[in-house]
Ligand binder design. Structure first.
Ligand code: SF4
Ligand code: SF4
Length: 324
């Protein structure tokens, strides 16, 4: 029994009966591993030299599925998803089908040569932007994401503000800790971010999402190199909060890999734990109705979603802190 399953059992939560997929809310598309950055804590091991990218025939089949099944939210991620040549086609298809569309944007891509079109394209299609900015202090961003990233991120945020992001259009920021700790309380940190970014840079945004680092991929390598793997897993387990289980994002999100293959979440995708646990299924093999009631594939990494106030792609899961 893995450490997540142990915590469920200790809190009398039946894995099969109490942790199942529900009605589909969010179709999350991972367009590939290529990114203009190579951050220390990247949970997808993305980098400029990665070659795994969604191809035209896969994008076309996904677009057809979106037109047929109309998921309420289409959440597009990567890597830097804007680097995929089918990004615009998928955004336009999802918007035309009536979906809310989210772009998980690293901000610096807006400042790269050849990507000057991105900000205007997002605004014209009323795409919601969820942008990573691991701190409002330059030094902390430099340590996690590299030299020059903070300056480019600020320039990109100004450009988004000028296009009505943060006012008429939604602009949310994402924080994750720089080390093996839990994030601070989301509401308090959001207030700090808002004050510092407005005061120092004249930038406004809507919400801050705090996300707990998943012990997978590059962050897991970092933990092992520092000999802090056990310490981090202990921290997550000790802070297991049963009140988070009901709101876990894997209940209502379907994660689609760059070849169209399916997972319960982006983290399971990185760990190659396919939906259902058997042979990999593809998006075109299922309908939303097929998904409800399926057991969710879990592992020790799930402790990152249930520690403290919980963690998901849209920040904390609950305000109820029940740890005992
Ligand atoms: S964390 Fe985001 S910006 Fe950094 S390498 Fe990974 S995908 Fe790219
Ligand atoms: S990592 Fe989180 S979102 Fe993914 S299956 Fe585990 S609990 Fe669910």
């Amino acid at each position: 029994m893995n450490r997540f399953a142990q915590q469920l059992a200790a809190h009398h939560i039946d894995h099969r009966a109490d942790l199942q997929r529900e009605t589909l809310l969010t179709l999350q598309l991972n367009l590939g591993r290529r990114c203009n950055q190579a951050c220390r804590h990247c949970h997808v091991d993305a980098a400029p030299w990665r070659t795994e990218m969604m191809e035209a025939d896969t994008a076309a089949r996904i677009a057809e599925w979106i037109r047929d099944h109309r998921p309420p939210i289409v959440d597009i991620t990567g890597g830097a998803p804007e680097m995929n040549e089918h990004f615009r086609f998928l955004v336009e298809t999802a918007r035309a089908s009536g979906a809310r569309v989210i772009d998980r944007c690293n901000l610096t891509i807006l400042e790269e040569d050849g990507f000057g079109w991105v900000a205007e394209f997002l605004a014209a299609n009323e795409v919601e932007v969820i942008a990573s900015l691991p701190c409002y202090l330059e030094e902390n961003v430099r340590r996690q994401r590299g030299d020059g990233v903070f300056t480019k991120s600020i320039a990109a945020l100004r450009r988004l503000n000028a296009l009505a992001y943060g006012t008429r259009l939604p602009l949310h920021l994402v924080y994750n800790p720089t080390g093996p700790t839990l994030p601070p309380p989301q509401a308090e940190l959001e207030a700090d971010y808002k004050e510092a970014l407005a005061r120092d840079h004249g930038i406004i945004f809507n919400r801050l999402f705090t996300i707990t680092n998943q012990p997978i991929a590059r962050f897991a390598d970092d933990l092992r190199r520092q000999n802090r793997w056990d310490e981090y897993l202990d921290l997550l387990a000790v802070n297991f909060n049963p009140a988070t289980v009901e709101g876990l994002m894997c209940r209502t999100t379907l994660s689609v890999g760059w070849r169209g293959e399916l997972y319960d979440c982006d983290f399971n995708q990185m760990l190659e734990m396919p939906l259902g646990g058997g042979r990999p299924l593809h998006l075109w093999d299922v309908t939303p109705v097929d998904l409800a009631g399926r057991a969710i594939q879990t592992g020790a990494h799930c402790l990152a979603c249930t520690a403290g106030c919980g963690s998901s792609c849209t920040g904390t899961v609950t305000n109820q802190l029940l740890t005992f």
